[in-house]
Write a protein that binds this ligand. Sequence first.
Ligand code: SAH
Length: 481
Amino acid sequence: MDYLPIFLDLRGRKGLVVGGGDTAARKATLMLNAGAWVTAVSPDPLSDAFKDLIGTDRLIHTQAAFRPEHLDGIDVVFAASGDNVLDQAVHDAARARHVPVNVVDRPSQCSFIMPSIIDRSPVMVAVSSGGEAPVLSRLLRARLETLIPAAYGRLAALAGRFKQEVRSRFTSTESRRKFWEKAFLSPISEMVFSGREQEAEASLKAMLEADSGAPGTGEVYLVGAGPGNPDLLTFRALRLMQQADVVVYDRLVSPPILDMCRRDADRLYVGKERDNHAVPQDEINMVLVRLAKEGKRVLRLKGGDPFIFGRGGEEIETLREHGVPFQVVPAVTAAAGVASYAGIPLTHRDHAQALILVTGHLKDGTMDLDWDMLCRPRQTIVIYMGLKGLVTLCDEMKKHGMPGTTPAAIVQQGTTLNQKTVTGTLDTLPALAAQAELKPPTLIIVGSVVSLHAKLNWFHPDVAADDHWHTPLDKPASLGI
Ligand code: SAH
């Protein structure tokens, strides 16, 4: 983070703008809107852009050349003269006096920079690119403008009128937050947006009176996070990620996805690696039960789809046994995501009419798979967790009648910027994979569809992401049960 976003209370405070042109007028207007007293310093008469402001008793024109004394008692200053030498002098004088200063369009001479603003007062959204790409933040602002109904401010004002009452009814921050989330997600918001404010007020009052504030049973959201690229999350996953109180996640959930969870949610890492079950599955199951029984909304976030090699079934069986309510949110499973991004259609009329998903997880050093079934023609086999057993896998398939020339691929960290695809045949893939020094997670695809990769490969990122999956910073949680 290059800048700390803060909101400044300027009501009744003093702002200075150096310059009398259009840019200065815009900065003066902003400060006036925020309730400040504003002095504009310029030796010349103020430009026409100030016309609307003249007559505001909070605007004073000091018709003089800037002197450092003009900064006496000033809380914030904009240098907007357009004269580089003068603006630099304003900057230096302000810095010497520790007055926050912004030299318009010169981020290097600013102790604070101005964001693009979406004003739904009292709701304010500020967007900044840290001075790197102001046009980009303006475009983003335009998008947000269309997303945030104009009546958002009225909704916030309604909440403001009930703030004290809610505070006295619910003593803990947690219970207040839950009440407000329930209220904002209820039809009350829509009432305000459609201009039925009295009805909204009556409903909010009724909701407040009906709510005892006692914590109910929580709920577990078993949510698939997809194969790693945050763009592939479902809307439902995102919505639940943003309202959960605690997030229980494991190794396959990438940090960019975790970042999209509610900021103040507690996080519990229960990561698992092959051959190293950091937290035993039944302990994870019981943690979910305990957290939900404390009244929390628990997000159990899993890589890919929770019901495909995700042990999601076991987790919700335990929840059901303990009477804990849950929902399951499906997601793009690794086979689907990785194959799409590697340009390998899993079925194709000329190649494969069936698709088999298997796990190559080694059990007692051997692979416990139905080889005859896997080695039938005209089908595609996708092997999850198969890297360690790749040699065995290729050998067994050949032993069971699959030609050594059958195309096969292994894909590292599919769908992310670190995606790497190695293609070969059952004969060549193990050596090629070893040479490529692949990082987990990897997925193996076997079948003639793999030959289409050469033609259909479309995803060519040329920047790398952090190698987040290989070296998770998180230490497995101590679960305290
Ligand atoms: N529930 C998950 C699978 C969990 S098993 C799902 O539906 O995708 C973990 C295995 O999934 C890994 O060992 C790897 O084989 C595969 N996998 C998950 N994400 C992957 C990715 N982005 N790229 C390659 N393989 C991936």
